[in-house]
Design a protein around this ligand. Structure first.
Ligand code: ADP
Ligand code: MG
Length: 747
């Protein structure tokens, strides 16, 4: 190469929030890294691109370097040997190929709005090809009477099938690049097409790029490892993925590239974890302390086996001298709160402070109440929640804490008098400082952004606190491995005994009267009922109107004073919300009408019916969370999913699944298959550490596990990747890390 290489470093798309404390990274100082890699060349230097197209490629497809383009893969292929008949075309078809002869061509319409219509015919029928752009050029190129191979997507106009902006080639066109027999269809946008970067052009650019880089593409997986994992060489894989000579080569290319992607992701995550275990000192908490023991012994029930197992894991972490970074997963109602509070008592017992952060005020209050209940067996001299000065202080801090209270809390935390605090986001505000924070528990962690969570980490000057993040959103295994590959994961996979299954029923409007009657029966038997309306983020006003109408309908069907109905929604002040929630929790209301604010955590064992209105509007995980609000007591419980008479097939599938299983993990896996991990990721407000280009978390679970196992084997044999054979890994990893969020600092 004679052309000077311009290196452009891709910005991390996940650079959310402040950069956390970085630690010296042995890999980045490695000499091998200094060597330029042709794949880092800016895409504008590729012949045929230039600055204008480069800017567009960057903006539309995120392609900034040679690597980016080489790693932009076709999402579909069209078999060149498969030529369709015009008569067989249907508007639902994807890209197809036909071979046809031009009968007429004409330009229709006025200057600006003109279009070129080319009518072609094969032995089976005729078809219009329509061009809105580049008319003159096209017109000059296409000749009546000539035959072309036409490549495009059938669409419908005025009831007739046509093709808009297809690509034409003479049937005698030279052979396809690299002996391929299939045309890759690449991601594109309207803007790219308008700028002349059609699929054909893009494909040509890739072909030129491959020609330039082929000899210089370095292998990034050591040969021994590649052989063991049956991987084709990187060069070959990149060639076949773009220009597959046959299906078999395409499949081995896909396999290799998917493996590569997942393997480096896992290698990176596991390496971070390895570094953390070795580098990050944690606060040593040698004993559980008297408060833990007393409260534990006084529990009115036995812990489940799973709770015991998890507490043991946490306890081992906390006394290890290394920092704990643990994710606790447990289905709704599995008893995570108790685990959190007991862990907090370990920190307190060792002379440190602990905090428990919840996403909503309602939940924070609930946790605070659980905490007080748990502490009850202690003597009054041991703890206090007022300013009496005795024992260790506990406190509740939320957005509605009054200024005077807040000042006292701030001070108590700084002096160390308050040892255990429960709160909302208020806990991560800047003026909150701890004297010696030993444990931070974050409940329903997906409700908090990464940046928010990271703030807690920095709340103490010295050794970072142990961190326990809890989630009731059952994250599918594959996603958890990717999102939290470097965290220890504990799972509570067992519900407390005595829980009865929740019967789930699907009903439409015609059954409303019957449903109301059923509710009356339950209330007459002393039970309580939730009625939930969907929340659509786009229009708060509409949600509210929805809810208000619902509330009116409910109070009409269940008139006061015979029935007492409370309402909770996002527009209320937090006091009002708490007041109404409390009325329901204490049995002073029979029915709670709410938006999905009650989705997480709320615990009212006497509630036996959960009615979900417009259930088709909720995702599976959300429905499952809502259903988890009932079935907590010893009574039979019900979940009634109300939907329109007519719902989409997708919605029907979700509802049917809900009616057929109560297992959160099964539902989460199904949810991911149906919606794709991107969506789930969105609802989790977190985001994958990298964007996967070819592998799919929903479909490539097995390969992910294999990649992870392989990564673990490599690291256990050579934790620092210092062996000569592992140099390629080291190099790739250092490049890779630039674009990966460091999840070891997740909290
Ligand atoms: P989640 O995991 O959804 O946060 P909670 O911590 O709110 O669940 O617990 C749900 C309910 O189960 C609470 O009422 C709690 O007191 C109760 N509970 C927790 N652990 C046990 C247990 N081992 N045996 C019986 N009930 C339990
Ligand atoms: Mg909870």
């Amino acid at each position: 190469m004679t052309k000077p290489h311009k290196f452009s470093r891709k910005k991390s798309i996940f650079a959310i929030g402040p950069r956390l404390k970085s630690r010296p990274d042995t890999i980045n100082t490695d000499k091998t890294i200094a060597m330029p890699d042709i794949l880092d060349t800016g895409i504008q230097f590729l012949p045929g691109v230039g600055p204008r197209r480069a800017a567009l490629l960057g903006k539309e497809l995120g392609i900034e370097t040679y690597r980016d383009m080489l790693y932009t893969f076709p999402f579909r292929y069209v078999d060149r040997s498969n030529v369709m008949n015009i008569a067989d075309l249907e508007p639902t078809m994807a890209y197809v190929q036909i071979k046809a002869t031009v009968t007429t061509k004409k330009v229709i319409g006025e200057r600006r709005k003109s279009r070129l219509v080319v009518t072609v015919r094969d032995g089976t029928g005729s078809l219009d090809l329509v061009f809105f752009q580049g008319i003159k050029w096209m017109d000059g190129k296409i000749r009546a009477g000539d035959t072309y191979i036409i490549f495009g997507k059938p669409s419908v106009f005025n009831g007739e099938i046509n093709m808009v902006h297809p690509e034409l080639e003479p049937p005698t066109a030279k052979s396809f690049p690299y002996g391929s027999s299939m045309t890759g269809v690449y991601p594109s946008t309207e803007k790219l097409k308008n700028a002349g970067i059609t699929n054909k052009v893009f494909s040509k650019l890739v072909s030129a790029l491959y020609g330039i880089t082929e000899k210089l593409i370095e292998e990034n997986i050591p040969p021994g490892l590649a052989a063991k994992c049956s991987l084709v060489p990187r060069r070959e894989a990149l060639k076949s993925i773009h220009f597959p000579p046959d299906m078999a080569s395409l499949h081995s290319a896909e396999y290799r590239l998917k493996f590569e992607e997942l393997f480096f992701l896992q290698l990176s995550l596991l390496k971070q974890r390895y570094n953390r275990m070795h580098d990050t000192a944690g606060i040593k908490m040698p004993s559980v302390g008297p408060a833990f023991n007393t409260c534990y012994k006084a529990l009115p029930f036995d812990l489940t086996g799973a709770q015991k197992k998890v507490i043991r894991e946490i306890r081992d972490d906390m006394k290890s001298g290394r920092q704990m970074n643990r994710l606790l997963q447990g289905d709704v109602g599995s008893g995570k709160t108790l685990v959190a509070v007991l862990s907090a008592l370990i920190a307190v017992g060792n002379g440190y402070q602990a905090c428990i952060m919840a996403p909503t005020e309602v939940l924070a209050v609930q946790h605070f109440n659980s905490l007080k209940k748990l502490l009850a067996p202690l003597s009054p001299d041991d703890w206090t929640d007022n300013d009496s000065g005795r024992g260790f202080g506990i406190a509740l801090l939320t957005g509605s804490s009054k200024a005077r209270q807040r000042r006292m809390i701030d001070e108590g935390l700084r002096s160390g008098k308050i040892r255990l605090i429960v709160g909302t986001h208020a806990l991560i505000e800047d003026n909150v400082e701890f004297r010696a924070l030993g444990l931070a528990v974050i409940d329903e962690q997906h409700r908090f952004g990464v940046a928010q969570r990271s703030k807690l980490w920095n709340k103490t000057g010295g050794t970072p606190p142990h961190v326990l993040v809890m989630t009731a959103t059952p994250i599918p295994r594959t996603l958890a491995m990717t999102l939290y590959g470097d965290l220890e994961v504990s799972v509570i996979d067992e519900l407390p005994p005595g829980r009865k299954p929740v019967r789930t029923i699907h009903a439409t409007e015609t059954k409303r009267a019957a449903m109301y009657n059923f509710i009356r029966g339950q209330i007459a038997a002393g039970r309580q009922v939730f009625i939930v309306y969907p929340l659509i983020f786009e229009s708060e006003k509409m949600d509210y109107a929805n809810l208000e109408k619902g509330y009116e309908a409910v109070t009409e069907a269940f008139p006061f004073p015979r029935y007492r109905t409370a309402i909770v929604h996002g527009k209320q002040s937090s006091e009002e919300k708490s007041r109404n929630m409390k009325a329901f929790a204490e049995g002073r209301a029979d029915i709670l009408v709410a938006t999905s604010v009650i989705e997480v955590g709320v615990d009212v064992p006497n509630a036996t019916v959960m009615v979900i209105e417009s259930a088709e509007r909720f995702g599976l995980s959300q429905l499952h969370q809502l259903r988890g609000r009932v079935g907590r007591g010893s009574q039979d419980s019900y979940c009634i999913l109300m939907t329109d008479f007519r719902i989409s097939r997708e919605s029907k599938k979700r509802i049917d699944l809900m009616c057929s299983t109560e297992d959160g993990f099964t539902l989460a896996e199904e949810d991911m298959k149906m919606r794709g991990p991107g969506d789930i990721e969105g609802t989790m407000q977190s985001g994958l550490p990298v964007q996967l280009k070819i592998a799919s978390l929903g479909k490539d679970g097995e390969l992910l596990e294999f990649a992870r196992k392989t990564a673990r084997e490599v690291l256990s044999a050579d934790p620092g990747l210092e062996l000569k054979a592992n140099f390629p890994l080291r190099k790739e990893l250092s490049r890779f890390r630039d674009s990966v969020t460091d999840y070891s600092k997740i909290s």
